[in-house]
Design a protein around this ligand. Structure first.
Ligand code: PBG
Length: 338
């Protein structure tokens, strides 16, 4: 792409009239550069233990905590709509200090993968690899008590993440998505997967994940709000230099990440843009997060916004900023609208 300085000089008005490219819908379509396709969208799903459980998440209308048997219906719809894949978040029946359900071959995610794979073997199943949904304290790994404040023990978490990723791969996950923002997590998971015979399983890393208030509704959905403290000691500071996002991504790539992600999407389009420019050969994903969904849903319910128009415009903006892959709670709706 040409930079602004390199654009050739154009004659001014009235020789140049940019509206000539907008007058006719066919011409508008012809000159479009940003196009959305269902195959680039990923649908997040929340799995909880039980049977025939379908509990609406009050802050995310249209999304549910679903038991594994009902996940199958969602996946069949996603297949039908041509969506790129789903990402599964597990909510175990019992949470404890270490998040042990996350390491069990009969845990909630392996259960869901088994039924999903039986129903739609070829369909892309990604799993979120993190502990905040499994620990009773709601943090993304075991707490390090030595520092005297709430602090996730980085290095102790690495082995656990590798183990969790192997549990998912053994159950049949096609791709794993570490979201805990621990230093070294991608390398630890890559080594773990390779050693266990899963060198073909790619890692999509939440590489530049900000400590964002836009995750509020997700934490209702996953019941993963930290009981004490916050995630500012591991997730990125929204006010940090965008260069820190670049460093996070460089490190994750060096550790073996196959796809990198920026999260959230809409308040971080500048970061998405810089990353896409800096790493043109690396598939880039962006997570259009829960708070971004709930805001629009709330306004649309009051008749203040046209949901479809706002969503397609937002997804187009994320795409135009440089993300190819978009994780979005609107994946099914967007696929229908497209
Ligand atoms: C788990 C995780 C979170 C999200 C994705 N993975 C929550 C968090 O970090 O608190 C947020 C997704 C969303 O808001 O839609 N670490």
């Amino acid at each position: 792409m040409m930079s602004l300085e390199q654009q050739p000089q154009q004659p001014g008005f009235p020789t140049t009239r940019l509206r000539r490219l907008r007058y006719n819908p066919a011409v508008r379509r012809l000159v479009q550069q940003t196009r959305l396709s269902p195959s680039n969208l990923i649908l997040p799903l929340f799995v909880r233990s039980g049977e025939n459980v379908r509990e609406e998440i009050s802050s995310m209308p249209g999304h549910y905590q679903l038991s594994p048997d009902l996940i199958v219906d969602e996946i069949s719809q996603a297949v039908e709509l041509g969506i790129g894949g789903v990402i599964l978040f597990g909510i175990p029946a019992e949470k404890d200090a270490t998040g042990s359900n996350a390491l069990s071959d009969s845990g909630i995610i392996p259960q869901a993968i088994h039924v999903a794979k039986r129903a739609a073997g070829e369909f892309l199943l990604i799993t979120d690899v993190c502990f905040c949904e499994y620990t009773d304290h709601g943090h993304c790994g075991p707490i390090n008590k030595k520092t005297g404040r709430i602090d996730v023990d980085n290095d102790a978490t690495l082995e656990l993440l590798a183990e969790q990723a192997v549990v998912h791969a053994r159950a049949g996950a096609d791709m794993v998505a570490p979201s805990g923002m621990m230093d070294g997590m991608v390398g630890a998971i890559r080594r773990g997967l390779d050693t266990a015979g899963f060198s073909h399983v790619p890692i999509i890393s939440y590489a530049a994940k900000y400590a964002s208030a836009f995750y509020g509704p997700f934490r209702d959905a996953a019941e993963s709000t930290p009981q004490e403290g916050d995630r500012c000691g591991y997730q990125m500071d929204p006010a940090a230099a965008a260069g820190q996002a670049i460093r996070e991504i460089e490190l994750d790539l060096a550790e073996g990440a196959d796809i990198v992600m920026v999260k959230p999407a809409l308040a971080y389009l500048d970061v998405i843009h810089q990353v896409s420019r800096r790493f043109p050969g690396v598939p880039l994903a962006a997570y259009n997060v829960s708070g971004e969904y709930s805001m629009v849903k709330a306004a649309a319910r009051r008749g203040w916004l046209d949901e479809q128009a706002v969503v397609l415009e937002s997804l187009t903006a994320i795409r135009r900023a440089g993300a190819t892959i978009i994780l979005t709670y609107w994946a099914k709706d967007a696929a229908r609208w497209l």
